[in-house]
Design a protein around this ligand. Structure first.
Ligand code: SF4
Ligand code: SF4
Length: 367
């Protein structure tokens, strides 16, 4: 990780600790609290054609729904309602660069969340020019925030094409090269790859990791699971945890990680915990999604996470006020059965859960 980003993360530690304690108190009492992380599905539009996802078919099936997505200003209002508590903003999709107003959207959310020093975003990386323009503008606008951009790379060559449904491995690498150049001008920008492990790339894992590590630091590995938001529950046999080979693959991944830095300590702990949980489908620690983090759909629905697609509540114009939504009886009733959920262990929610319980996570990963 670039030293500038590490410095920013260290600066945000005291404020983050206060938020972690506040949320821990809420969790102990099973009382709903405002989150310190918001994850935004910025759009359900996507130019990739992944075999494990139906998001890219949504607007082919229902083109009129795209006009119902929140405006950039509305996304800002959502963030403003939680404002000072937010420490981590995450932007995902769909594909954020598909929105012509993506920069305005991110700026509105960032300006409404003055203490969120970490801003992470994912992209398929298939349009290097858009990637460079958007993330360069954001890194320039927020020099005191860590801008972490992950580009999805699930395979090389034909394996990429088979998994993603489009030819694009080389475009993703070009996007990475452009981001690496930008990070020399804007050291708060940290580009990395994210690879999703699935039986379709198990045979290529060593080669894929070597390639990723030769082009970027701090790469993230996750395990394919059945996100209902992505699959609508209609694509079967996606969860890679059911495959006997996963444990060996995770060991290969763990060996490829550099042994330095706080973020790598978290990544190694995450991988060890993931491996220890196998062959059980349950996560190794209880998830804190719904408390430490909330996910906002492009239509203003509050989701517990990016896997559960049943909204806990729907934000209403003109305020899009999260505090009044989470105080509602409807929200509490819908969240209650999922408190401490162990259905999956994906980084977007696993990392906040590990941060809420760092000692438990660390010891359990060693035990
Ligand atoms: S998995 Fe991501 S990149 Fe692939 S189609 Fe779905 S949203 Fe797009
Ligand atoms: S473990 Fe967390 S991220 Fe996974 S399904 Fe449950 S609440 Fe969602």
């Amino acid at each position: 990780m670039a030293s500038r980003a590490s410095f920013i993360l260290a600066q945000q530690t005291p404020g983050l600790l206060r938020e972690l304690l506040r949320v821990s108190r809420g969790l102990r009492k099973r009382k709903t609290v405002l989150p310190w992380k918001l994850e935004f599905f910025t759009t359900y539009s996507c130019g990739s054609r992944c075999k494990t996802c139906l998001i890219w078919t949504r607007y082919e099936r229902e083109p009129e729904k795209q006009a119902q997505e929140l405006s950039a200003a509305d996304f800002g209002r959502v963030a403003a309602s939680v404002g000072r508590h937010l420490r981590w903003l995450s932007f995902t999709g769909g594909e954020i660069t598909d929105r012509d107003d993506a920069e305005e959207l991110v700026r509105n959310v960032a300006d409404a969340s003055p203490y969120a020093r970490v801003m992470s975003t994912s992209s398929h990386g298939l349009d290097p020019e858009k990637v460079e323009r958007l993330f360069g503008a954001i890194a320039k606008a927020y020099p005191k925030r860590a801008i972490m951009v992950t580009l999805s790379l699930d395979g090389l060559g034909d394996t990429y094409t088979k998994i993603r449904g489009v030819d694009g491995h080389l475009q993703v690498e070009e996007s990475m090269e452009r981001l690496q150049r930008l990070s020399k001008t804007y050291p708060n920008l940290t580009p990395s790859f994210q690879a999703t492990l699935s039986p379709a790339n198990f045979d290529q894992v060593s080669e894929l990791l070597a390639r990723m590590n030769s082009l970027a630091d701090g790469n993230v590995v996750t395990i394919a699971n059945d996100s209902k938001v992505l699959t609508e529950g209609r694509i079967k046999n996606i969860d890679a945890r059911a495959d006997d080979r996963l444990k060996d693959v995770l060991q290969t991944v763990a060996k490829s990680l550099p042994r330095a830095g706080l973020s790598n300590l978290f990544a190694r702990t995450y991988l060890r915990l993931s491996a220890k949980a196998l062959p059980s489908p349950d996560a190794p620690i209880p998830c804190t999604a719904g408390f430490s983090s909330l996910t906002i759909s492009p239509y203003g629905e509050i989701l517990q996470c990016d896997r559960h697609d049943e909204p806990l509540a729907t934000l209403q114009a003109p305020d899009f006020d999260i505090p009044s939504a989470i105080e509602s009886a409807e929200f509490k009733t819908r969240l209650e059965p999922w408190i401490g959920c162990t259905e999956c262990f994906t980084p977007c929610q696993a990392y906040p859960s590990m941060m809420q319980a760092p000692f438990q996570s660390f010891w359990r990963s060693l035990g």
